[in-house]
Write a protein that binds this ligand. Structure first.
Ligand SMILES: NC(=O)c1ccc[n+]([C@@H]2O[C@H](COP(=O)([O-])OP(=O)(O)OC[C@H]3O[C@@H](n4cnc5c(N)ncnc54)[C@H](OP(=O)(O)O)[C@@H]3O)[C@@H](O)[C@H]2O)c1
Length: 357
């Protein structure tokens, strides 16, 4: 299989590599730690390429030769996406990743024209962020015909991996971001709190504004000019999120980041196999064209397990040449029904256009 999986020995990279092998694929594994990479490649019977992303682009391009696509699993992606995308543009290799960092989406949208010229697809967000929310938003847009305003809510997924904790730490202090009249606006962390009826098994929960990447990507999939994303959090966490922002200069310093990384490594190992098998999550969304409203929800399996399923399926389809060049969201690349392909997914239209909300 002409797929390079970068960051393959991390928590989520391992899930993805295993899943590809279980599906009879033979991806090449890659990452910067030769020992961990070779151990993993030997155990799975796969080839590997050890390289860091610190050097010049030409050095990275050499390692991409012969591959149709790179699936980047190495996050925080603010550190890894730029060098890999530059190399992909030069090598003519499709790029996809599992980021949920809105800044990375912004950078990739900026590279849309270059990607079209190079004939490659740039498809970030091929995991739990943002496949279910993007597909649900595009599904509601199809129901309405056009969307002016989109609101998204996310609940579920109790445990996180060390990589996700590190990524959250990197974003701490940046607050949240919303889209208003087509422009991104920074707002304080947990700026708005609203009650969302997430439905079956989840009930009504307090949710706060978060910088979920749909705020950047949804205009492409739906045309929405106003986008807000909320995540359900327990009430004590709301105050904590607000305090974290005030501590931003401290949390963002190099020594604090170093200490934070050590603490995360010692304390967080990611969802267990049992948690992945039994967990779930739900994405709720409401879209309006100014007059009419459509509302829906998508329930998925546990987010890390879902990410492995979605990223492998999307990578297979990118390698098969099914995705057009340029910046793509999961739904623009493969349609709003993509999310229905994954086990345990259930989509409901809660309010159809024309119904009284
Ligand atoms: N979209 C989603 O729903 C979703 C789901 C799961 C994970 N994620 C994101 O995916 C990322 C990875 O998560 P994880 O659980 O796999 O974390 P992890 O276990 O910490 O693994 C991170 C991987 O990235 C590599 N890496 C980190 N920084 C690097 C750099 N500057 N250069 C090269 N390699 C680098 C690490 O290599 P070293 O060990 O050599 O540092 C490791 O292989 C996180 O950002 C997380 O938020 C998103």
């Amino acid at each position: 299989m002409d797929l390079l999986v970068y960051g393959s020995y991390g928590y989520t990279g391992r899930l993805i590599a295993h899943r590809l092998v279980r599906r009879g694929r033979e991806p090449t594994l890659a990452g910067r730690n030769r020992d961990r990479l070779e151990d993993q490649a030997d155990a799975l019977g796969l080839e590997s390429r050890a390289f860091s992303l610190d050097g010049p682009t030409e050095g990275i391009v050499e390692y991409l030769e012969g591959f149709d696509a790179v699936l980047n699993c190495a996050g925080p992606f603010v550190d890894t996406c730029g060098p890999l995308v530059e190399a992909c543009l030069e090598a003519g290799t499709d790029y996809l990743d599992i980021t949920g960092e809105f800044r990375v989406f912004e950078d990739l949208i900026e590279n849309d024209d270059r990607a079209r010229e190079a004939g490659i697809a740039l498809l970030p967000g091929a995991g739990f962020d943002i496949v279910p929310s993007d597909c649900l938003a595009a599904f509601l847009a199809d129901q309405l015909g056009s969307v002016e305003e989109l609101t998204i809510g996310i609940a579920g997924g109790a445990s996180i991996s060390a990589g996700t904790a590190r990524t959250i730490l990197r974003m701490a202090g940046e607050g949240a971001v919303v889209r208003r009249e087509g422009r991104l606006r920074r707002v304080p962390a947990a700026d708005d709190v609203r009650e969302i009826e997430f439905g079956r098994g989840y009930g009504t929960r307090s949710a706060v504004t978060v910088p979920w990447a749909d705020v950047v990507s949804a205009p492409r999939s739906t045309g929405a000019e106003d986008v807000t994303a909320y995540a359900a959090v327990p009430s004590p966490a709301i105050g904590l999120m607000r305090r974290m922002e005030r501590l931003a200069p401290l949390v963002g310093s190099r020594p604090a980041r170093w200490l934070g990384d050590r603490l995360i490594d010692a304390a967080i190992s990611g969802p267990s196999a049992r948690e992945r098998a039994t967990g779930s999550a739900v994405v709720w969304a409401e879209a309006t064209d100014g007059d009419d409203v459509a509302r829906g929800r998508v329930e998925t399996s546990e987010p890390y397990g879902f990410t492995a399923q979605a990223a492998t399926a999307i990578a297979e389809r990118v390698v098969a040449g099914e995705v057009d060049p340029g910046y793509q969201t999961p739904a623009t690349a493969l349609g709003p029904d993509l999310v229905l392909e994954f086990p345990g997914v259930d989509r409901e239209l809660l309010v159809a256009p024309g119904e009284v909300p």
